[in-house]
Design a protein around this ligand. Structure first.
Ligand code: NAD
Length: 513
């Protein structure tokens, strides 16, 4: 088999790619307003209760209408998934992986179309949407190969007179709960990791981005995945969320989202439901309060670029977003000045027209971010942005708040928007103390040309993904297995060699002869 390689990003400066993207945007727009069903055991079910998915950059545009599941339908999906598990668990890993490879091939062929759906539904610009599709393809290719590797012989110490084998068997029926911010990559990665390991799943997409998930479910049907392996049950988290995770037939929950919802799920699954005969397993990847640290030896131009990219890429709506900049006092003013200049150059507008900054995802996020900007104005000095931006959508100016104390709310709480707080450090050790002063521990970056500082940071910067002399966003599948410490989650290392083990259990069979 060809060795895994990351899917390249598209160069939109090439007129051929630009035209292809424009054509995909036109095609996808012509499909706006369609209704999408639940899919349970291959059966397409339209319900009375529906969710409207709108373009956050142009609010009068209805991207699609998604049917919603109620508890009865979720219960029905559990029965179907349980039944399908009886045979799917024994399908060989090679065959299961084959479905992922076929899905990757089709997605690669229809890359621009999948990107276009995200431009409209999630407010991603072209580059961000393209990277999301590339990551989804990477997950399919990587987890397919991983399933084959885990399905092969595993090393054990030999014992005379016995044949010993360790195999990884699936867990059962899983509940997949992804976020909206990587609506294709994370959703598809979480779902396919579980199924390629031999589990069957109920997939409940984020309410902000059900249509891109529906498109993925259509694709899995198109490539011939047996009915009932993925059951698609969008719905209100208030109505079906706790029911899904608390269900006695749930064997595991794979969740990516906020700290509060992750902790709630952790509590719910800890209770043993009647008829439950296992300890439910939780894979939970949660929020972040990531930071870029700059010392006095750093290349300040590079550092300022890294801060701006980490803070404002996809409007700061990445769990890895650098929402804090912690700068040594000797270079603080210079870095701040450079960041202000670079921030002021960022133009804001419609994602389909490929502006660097687009809208945030919905009204709730919009209001929350604007509130945090007001808090930031009290806690520090506003030096760029500072409020709403023009447009028929949820547009917010990229905002920089300077001179913030290390224990300010904007230094501790996840804002999940285009806001970065600047904090001055007295010395290098102090900057690392500030870095570690949150309950999260997802990503971090250090800009430095001082070897001792880099080695110190290797030990003491406490986070799951640490980057030196580059931005703190943009993990690549296989290259940077991804997951965080503390309240950032269970450190699952998605896109890494440990990931599929989370969806399996080891079985050792010893035959004496
Ligand atoms: P969220 O927690 O609001 O929602 C995540 C998912 O949980 C959604 O599908 C939602 O519908 C569902 N949900 C809500 N309540 C539920 C309940 N009671 N039971 C079951 N499901 C429920 O998060 P979000 O706004 O979609 O995503 C943003 C968050 O995700 C940020 O905190 C971000 O840092 C985090 N995130 C983390 C990673 C990571 O790898 N660590 C990656 C992406 C996003």
């Amino acid at each position: 088999m060809i060795e895994f390689r990351n899917e390249p990003f598209t160069n939109f400066a090439d007129p051929v790619n630009k035209e292809a993207m424009q054509a995909a945007l036109t095609k996808v727009k012509s499909e706006f307003g369609k209704e999408y069903p639940l899919v349970i055991g291959g059966e397409k079910i339209f319900t009375e209760n529906k969710l409207e998915s709108r373009n956050p950059g142009k609010l009068d545009e209805l991207v699609g209408i998604q049917s919603k599941a109620n508890r009865d339908l979720v219960d029905q999906a559990f029965q179907v998934a349980l039944e399908r598990f009886k045979s799917w668990q024994f399908v060989s890993p090679d065959v299961r992986a084959g479905y992922l490879f076929r899905a990757a091939a089709v997605m690669r062929r229809r890359k621009f179309e999948f990107a276009a759906w995200m431009v409209y539904e999630a407010g991603k610009n072209w580059g961000e949407a393209d990277a999301d599709v590339a990551e989804a393809i990477d997950f399919l290719e990587f987890y397919g190969r991983e399933a084959i590797r885990l399905g092969g012989p595993q090393p054990l110490v030999p014992l005379e007179g016995e044949d010993n084998r360790l195999t990884y068997v699936p867990l059962g029926v899983g509940v997949i709960i992804p976020p909206w911010n990587f609506p294709l990559a994370i959703m598809a990665g979480m779902t396919t990791a579980a199924i390629v390991s031999g589990n069957t799943v109920l997939l409940k997409p984020a309410s902000q981005t059900p249509i891109i998930a529906a498109k993925f479910v259509e694709l899995m049907e198109e490539i011939g995945l047996p009915a009932g392996v993925i059951n698609f049950v969008p719905g209100d988290p208030g109505e079906i969320g706790d029911f899904l995770t608390g269900h006695p037939k749930t064997r595991f929950v794979s969740f990516t989202g906020s700290r509060d919802v992750g902790l709630r799920i952790n509590q719910i699954i800890a209770k043993t439901a009647e008829g439950q005969v296992w300890i439910k397993r939780l894979v939970a990847e949660m929020g972040g309060k990531d930071a870029v640290v700059v010392d006095e030896s750093a290349d300040l131009e590079e550092a300022a670029t890294g801060i701006v990219q980490s803070a404002f890429g996809f409007q700061g709506q990445k769990c890895s977003a650098g929402s804090r900049a912690i700068i040594h006092k000797d270079v603080y003013d210079e870095v701040l000045q450079k960041v202000i200049e670079k921030t002021k150059q960022l133009t804001i507008g419609l994602p389909e027209e490929n502006y660097p900054i687009g809208p945030v995802v919905d009204e709730k996020s919009y209001n929350k971010i604007l509130e945090y900007i007001e808090i930031g104005k009290q806690e520090g000095r506003l030096v760029a942005g500072g409020g709403k931006a023009e447009g028929n959508g949820y547009y917010i100016q990229p905002t920089v708040i300077a001179d913030v104390k290390e224990d300010a709310r904007v230094m501790l709480e996840e804002i999940f928007g285009p806001v970065v707080a600047f904090c001055k450090a007295e010395n290098f050790e102090h900057s690392i103390e500030i870095f570690n002063n949150t309950e999260y521990g997802l990503t971090g970056a250090l800009y430095s040309n001082n070897r001792e500082h880099l080695e110190y940071a290797r030990k003491y910067m406490h986070c799951g993904n640490l980057y030196f002399n580059r931005k703190c966003t943009g993990a690549l599948v296989g290259v940077h297995p991804f997951g965080g410490f503390n309240m950032s989650g269970t450190d699952s290392k998605a896109g890494g060699r440990d990931y599929l083990l989370l969806f399996t259990q080891g079985k050792v069979i010893s035959e004496r002869f």
